[in-house]
Design a protein around this ligand. Sequence first.
Ligand SMILES: Cc1cc2nc3c(=O)[nH]c(=O)nc-3n(C[C@H](O)[C@H](O)[C@H](O)COP(=O)(O)OP(=O)(O)OC[C@H]3O[C@@H](n4cnc5c(N)ncnc54)[C@H](O)[C@@H]3O)c2cc1C
Length: 296
Amino acid sequence: MQDVIIVGGSFAGLTAAMQLGRARRKVTVLDTGLNRNRYAEHAHNIFGHDGTPPGDLLAVARQQVGQYPTVDLVQGKATTIAGEPDSFVVTTEDGRTIDGRRVILSYGIVDEFPAIPGFAESWGKTVIHCPFCHGYEVAGTRWGLVYSSPMSLHGPVLYANWTDDITLFLDGNDIIDEERAKLVKRGVRIVDGKLAAIHHEGGRVSGVSIEGGERIALEALYAHPRNRPSADLHAQLGLDMKDTPTGTMVAVDAMQLTSRPGIYAAGDLTTGMHSVTFATNTGSLAAMGALQSMMV
Ligand SMILES: Cc1cc2nc3c(=O)[nH]c(=O)nc-3n(C[C@H](O)[C@H](O)[C@H](O)COP(=O)(O)OP(=O)(O)OC[C@H]3O[C@@H](n4cnc5c(N)ncnc54)[C@H](O)[C@@H]3O)c2cc1C
């Protein structure tokens, strides 16, 4: 019987495993190796590691966490989960079962790319979700933002920290005249039509085409596609969920405990603040919560 089974061994899951391993708890980490930022060449805004390739960060973390004798790092996909505190059972795709007293779900989210030619190829390179992560490298150039929800209207205000050349692509959506006037007053260009294609070379965007033929030159395009949890274990467990502007996340308390006793969750699965720092922070909290709950 393991103390904790961790589903998802990336930034959140490996942080939790490190904390529990150092407390000499028996931990199994299941992971399929598809960290969300694997499309990006470098990860930024990370204390002490600004500009390091995401795969390098994870490789070092795996090597360090793997040195703790009570931590078992397993390459494998968790497919089912059942049970109660002190007797959870997680089953993997290859038929293995793991028993554990507590579970931490840290399997992240999947971005659902729109069917715009060039989007998937440029994602993480110059089609970007977050200016704090990748804005500095394209500061002062021509930026676009694809409207996806009313939250998008905050984008141009934030992006003014990096550039004064911003185009908002409504992509067939409408916004009220008052919002439109505010943006225009800020110098934001607004394009109403639907995006037809993103032009790029090896993921380096040079512009977009709008249905009807208009072409607009750009060096960076911000987008917030819909996302969904990477697995369905939260649904199997019937966990409470919360809506975010781009999807849903698992609802947790201050120590990352979900709506079911013994089940903790961490990382992008539990916060709208998607970053490595928040993932490691919530992974650490989940480990602490799980540990405390086993000490009573
Ligand atoms: C293009 C892009 C670039 C980014 N750049 C930055 C950046 O520069 N700086 C920054 O701070 N943040 C960045 N982010 C955000 C960052 O990637 C996420 O916040 C972070 O990866 C979340 O970590 P996580 O551990 O919650 O999930 P993830 O890193 O997504 O890891 C989830 C893990 O769970 C595994 N998994 C999924 N399902 C299962 C299953 N059923 N069984 C076992 N394992 C499973 C996956 O394979 C994966 O390894 C970027 C995001 C994107 C999309």
